[in-house]
Design a protein around this ligand. Structure first.
Ligand code: ZN
Length: 389
């Protein structure tokens, strides 16, 4: 059992100073002053009196087995390691493939998600890559969602991008419908994670689909919506219709100078535009390549996405943009948990999974990370390492 004493709890709602007890990987109780008198049970105690306690972070878009390759084979990005995830405060990840659905496979992605789970965190996947038709493991993506535990939706499907399959609106409708029915039949989210490129049509294809079918707008999560100012502005309209928007936190400094909206700034602007906080998520796009193309679509540079960016942007939203902790923290905890139907994640409450992050009260730096009741990071340093780290 693990007792976390005297931390200031944000569930994300501010609960004040409380103790939390975790037993069997789950949150057993949250109360003012928990004292365990029995001497015959093993109990670890963490003094959290100088810490803020928040739910473990959820990163809904990570290239777990690497991605990229846009500049040839040597530009394929490496597989992620456990401590890259845990030291970033992340206790739940959702893996995706990306541009390359040929040399990267669904079987490999699912195996990696299982490996991360064996190593101590929670991991899920989307089925498919950028490509349409969807490169599912079984015959259809719907079967993958229904029959494979780890698969909770489809993605990332690329649209309005020169690297996409240039899918028709009809093809996209079919994919979203498949995800919806797969989700209904399996009790999962059945979400479609949509990679937004920098094309002129922006979100118009998705808006047309919502306006011409019975498919709910919340079946899709367009991501990278902060990649350009025009797309960002269009995403405000989409969110005001009730749609989710997902801002990517990994960004290339060179891109930021041009037209990209920094996620922390974007969050503030969405709220100022009247978008409900519950519709907004952040994801890191970690291990994805950040290819830089010139205006002739030629590759001129390459970076790599990082899990570290996920909380960095939330922290910036609090410290630089002046957002309240209980509000900003939602975009990487309770919001993705609700969007992805991860019912035991994203909230500090009795019966939820024992996933917690302790932040230093003064600097908001990540100090301790607990996943399924086990301490993974202590004083900012990993205490549990991946098999080959
Ligand atoms: Zn993408």
């Amino acid at each position: 059992m693990l007792l976390i004493k005297g931390g200031t709890i944000y569930s994300p709602e501010k609960l004040g100073i409380k103790d939390i007890i975790i037993a069997g990987g789950k949150i057993e109780a949250i109360a003012d002053d928990i004292n365990i008198g029995m001497s015959n049970i093993s109990l670890d105690v963490i003094d959290a009196s100088s810490h803020i306690v928040v739910p473990g972070f959820i990163d809904s878009h990570v290239h777990l087995i690497g991605g990229g390759g846009e500049g040839g084979y040597s530009t394929r990005t490496p597989e992620i390691q456990l401590t890259q995830i845990t030291t970033s405060g992340i206790t739940t990840v959702v893996g995706c493939l990306g541009t390359d659905g040929v040399t990267r496979s669904m079987a490999s992605l699912i195996a990696k998600a299982r490996a991360l789970e064996e190593e101590g965190i929670s991991a899920y996947c989307y089925t498919g890559s950028y490509d349409v038709p969807v490169r599912s493991l079984m015959k259809t993506p719907k079967e993958d969602i229904i029959m494979i535990d780890k698969i909770i939706g489809i993605g990332e499907i690329a649209i309005v991008d020169h690297r996409s399959s240039q899918p028709t609106i009809e093809a996209l409708k079919g994919i979203i419908a498949d995800a919806r029915v797969g989700g209904i039949l399996s009790g999962k989210a059945g979400i479609v994670n949509i990679h937004m490129g920098d094309g002129e049509r922006l979100l118009s294809d998705l808006i047309e689909i919502i306006n011409t079918t019975e498919l709910p707008i919340t079946q899709i999560i367009p991501t990278h919506t902060n990649r350009s100012l025009r797309l960002f502005d269009n995403s405000i309209e989409f969110a005001l219709m009730g749609g989710y928007v997902d801002l990517t936190t990994s960004s290339d400094p060179q891109h930021l100078d041009e037209d990209e909206v920094k996620a922390s700034t974007g969050l503030k602007r969405l709220l100022e535009a009247g978008v409900k906080i519950d519709l907004i998520g952040f994801s890191s796009d970690a291990q994805g390549s950040l290819p830089i193309f010139n205006n002739k679509r030629e590759l001129v540079g390459l970076g790599i996405g990082s899990t570290k960016s996920l909380f960095r942007e939330v922290r910036d939203a609090i410290l630089q943009e002046g957002l309240r902790i209980e509000e900003a923290i939602k975009v990487i905890t309770s919001n993705p948990a609700r969007m992805l139907k991860l019912s035991k994640k994203g909230i500090i409450d009795r019966g939820m999974d024992g996933d917690l992050v302790l932040l230093k009260s003064d600097t908001l730096e990540i100090d301790t990370v607990i996943a399924m009741g086990k301490v993974m990071v202590e004083k900012g340093r990993p205490v549990v390492k991946g098999t080959f780290e």
